[in-house]
Design a protein. Sequence first.
Length: 562
Amino acid sequence: MTSDPNHVDFVRRIIVGDVERGKHDGRVHTRFPPEPNGYLHIGHAKSICLNFGIAQEFGGLCNLRFDDTNPGVEDVEYVEAIQADVRWLGFTWDDRLFYASDYFEQLYRYAEQLIESGDAYVDSLDAEKIREFRGSVHGVGRDSPDRTRSVADNLDLFRRMRAGEFPDGAYVLRAKIDMAHPNINMRDPTLYRIRHEHHHRTGDAWCIYPMYDYAHGLSDSLEGITHSICTLEFEHHRPLYDWFLEKLGVHHPQQIEFAKLNLTHVLMSKRNLRRLVEDGVVDGWDDPRMPTLAAMRRRGYPPAAIRQFCEHIGVAKFNSVHEIALLEFHLRDVLNKAAPRAMAVLDPVRLILDNYPEGQGEELEAVNNPEDEAAGTRRVPFGRELFIEREDFMEDPPKKFFRLAPGREVRLRYAFFVRCTSVEKDAAGNVVAVHATYDSETRGGNAPDGRKVKATIHWVSAAHAVDAEVRLYDHLFATEDPMDPRGGPDGRGNLNPESLIVRRGCKLEPSLAEAAADVTYQFERLGYYCVDRRDSRPDALVFNRTVGLRDTWAKEKAQGGG
């Protein structure tokens, strides 16, 4: 690694210094340690990019380790989803896939070692009493009556806990540190609790499970991790992390804390996200309105955009909240360069070119991506009857409306100039067809006589159009802070009622009938869209809106739009 330490973030500066001093023999070994109790979200992407990215930059290694110490909420589904998400983001752990449960036997032995050295004891206080005895930040705690239990008795009870002799909650194993410590995390924290629950990997082999603070640092140590990079809420847990490693005299990684990723309009709590799923507020963990990586993949986010966003916001020591518009900016930036173009009409009205020969058709050349010369062109069918967006025609337009209106001429994208001559309406007065004439001399959208038009609109050939359902996704929460108390204790009052608008009977150009699920398209003038990888079928196409062409959130809300 040759980066100038003055031009990198504080985490990388620490590592540069460690490498230069030869700490850990110059090794850099990180890990990404998710708990398999839910799907990963955009906040986890920052940690993934940081841990795996640092390993790549310094020629080191990064492990994927599941901290599976809480069997009641863990599931193989989450394990598999997390692995898929990390791969999707572009990272690999090779043969370094580990679980905290791999170390259950060794962690148990370490616990016995702490008991034997007088640094841990079995306590019969229940959880409520432990909290009461721990005290508060304004006062010291009190010793448990069991704190003076003998080493022999503690070992006997702990072994019987493991053997399954006691019910849940009967005993816990606690570290013996200092009940007057100013850091409340150091006031005899719990190391083990009794849980008669089935574990997704170890089955029923264990009925006692280690706490996260105990298992995490020791798992780091057992794997030879050099830099344990955590989010900022673990800063006050670092003394405990160090205490376990020092008391046991084992390999000692360095814990470094950084600020987690927070976004406006986005709920960043796996517990609360799980409630949305379980209560049916959203259609699963991969509902495209969710902030999970699985949802973003389904919605058409390219992983490069997420990596670019994480790189842009950088790594800081202080918590802050980023505008979701910044994520969407990077999303558009990546998609604009990579997304193939196509034409789609989401609210169709028929356009009839009265002077175009009946029964005749042709193919016109359309550019696949003006940002990428190598993308080439495609052929789109054209004929006498087309579909255009209903909003692209007004019978009595206001002054600044430049699209199609009676007597007005516009350009059809890649095609011809057309001039509106009349309209057809149904009994209720709704426009059902717009009649126009086309100028055959303006093929490709240019007039030989040099005349100009003020608007270009997109279209789809009626004879060749592919029917589809299009889902217009928006922010799940209408407020910047989803947990704004005005929305109630669970934030449900802050949900955006227009987070999903479904348009049926949409008309797409025929090339989209073969659209791949992992390709996001720019529907010209509309935004970026992708095939819904879960619900779409060849005989019933479903497309999801990834993001609009520009940030219209504030404008649409001001206008009362969706």
